[in-house]
Design a protein around this ligand. Structure first.
Ligand code: GLN
Length: 283
């Protein structure tokens, strides 16, 4: 089989499975498993393909058709233009979370004084690591209860050469005692799906992504309620607490922050126009 024939076969399978963006995904699978850049793949498209490459591409296509997210199959995902390793067991970075990064960048200028961030429930570490890449004056502590997440964060920090400004620690949101404090900002994309909605999630999320990173309790707000009350003293006075939340939760999360005495509470929309990021400053 030529590379082009392999690509066409993958594309046909993904289309039959009604995977949106089938062309892009077929291209990514083919170039990843053939070890060729997309340009090189195009150049060599009429060459005969190695049997082992054909096999690994076929296996990857079958996994994708079964609903497994592309990020787990190729082992990485793009976030804010950077590539992050995404092992099974860790939530895959999503574009909506880039809006949280943008909000923080807007509040902390590049040439400012040294700043300390906490990426709470860090997962792959994509929020904090992007901030470290964009802000040379920043240091970030990363906390997660999942060892898989901590390993992924360490690997991503090393991949982006920011390990010297990253401190990765095991931390349970519900046991804040003993966790470090004195932060200029706490950034958090906690689990926020209502428990009853977990079974209705898209199959590629429900069957493959970690429930631990998704289930936010009966009303989906367990983490916000607890963090707004029990982590605020980890912030310096005037420090920023910024959350990502579910599509219909921004008003409630903003209300929680106001009730806990946070000032300048704001809601920012994500790129799809959904009110998604809620932030406030601790007085
Ligand atoms: N955005 C994710 C989803 O809808 C949920 C992530 C989270 O709970 N923090 O699948």
């Amino acid at each position: 089989m030529t590379l082009l024939e392999v690509y066409r076969s993958v594309l046909a399978q993904l289309r039959t499975a009604e995977i949106s963006g089938a062309e892009t995904e077929a291209r990514v699978i083919c170039s990843h498993f053939s070890g060729l850049s997309p340009e090189k793949f195009l150049q060599l498209r009429n060459d005969e393909t190695d049997a082992t490459v054909v096999d690994s591409i076929a296996e990857a296509a079958a996994r994708r058709v079964s609903g497994e997210p592309l990020a787990y199959i190729i082992g990485s995902a793009e976030f804010y233009g950077y590539s992050f390793v995404t092992p099974r067991g860790v939530l895959i970075p999503r574009p909506a979370t880039e809006s949280l990064v943008e909000l923080v960048l807007a509040q902390f200028p590049a040439s400012g004084k040294p700043v300390r961030f906490l990426d709470l429930c860090c997962g792959t570490g994509c929020i904090g690591i992007t901030l470290l890449l964009e802000r040379q004056n920043a240091h970030c502590t990363f906390a997660d209860i999942s060892d898989t997440a901590l390993t992924a964060t360490r690997e991503n920090a090393a991949r982006h050469s920011v390990s010297d400004r990253a401190e990765v620690t095991r931390g349970d949101v519900f046991s804040p005692a003993g966790q470090p404090g004195g932060f200029d900002a706490i950034l958090c994309n906690p689990p926020y799906i209502r428990t009853a909605d977990m079974t209705a999630l898209d199959g590629s999320v429900k069957d493959f992504e970690p429930g631990l990173a998704l289930d936010g309790g009966i009303d989906g707000l367990d983490y916000y309620r607890y963090i707004a009350v029990n982590w605020n003293d980890k912030l310096l006075p005037g420090g920023l607490l910024a959350f990502e939340c579910g599509f219909d939760q921004a008003g409630k999360v903003a209300e929680l922050l106001r009730r806990e005495g946070f000032a300048d509470v704001s809601i920012k929309k994500d790129l799809s126009g959904i009110p998604r990021i809620v932030a406030g400053t601790y007085q």
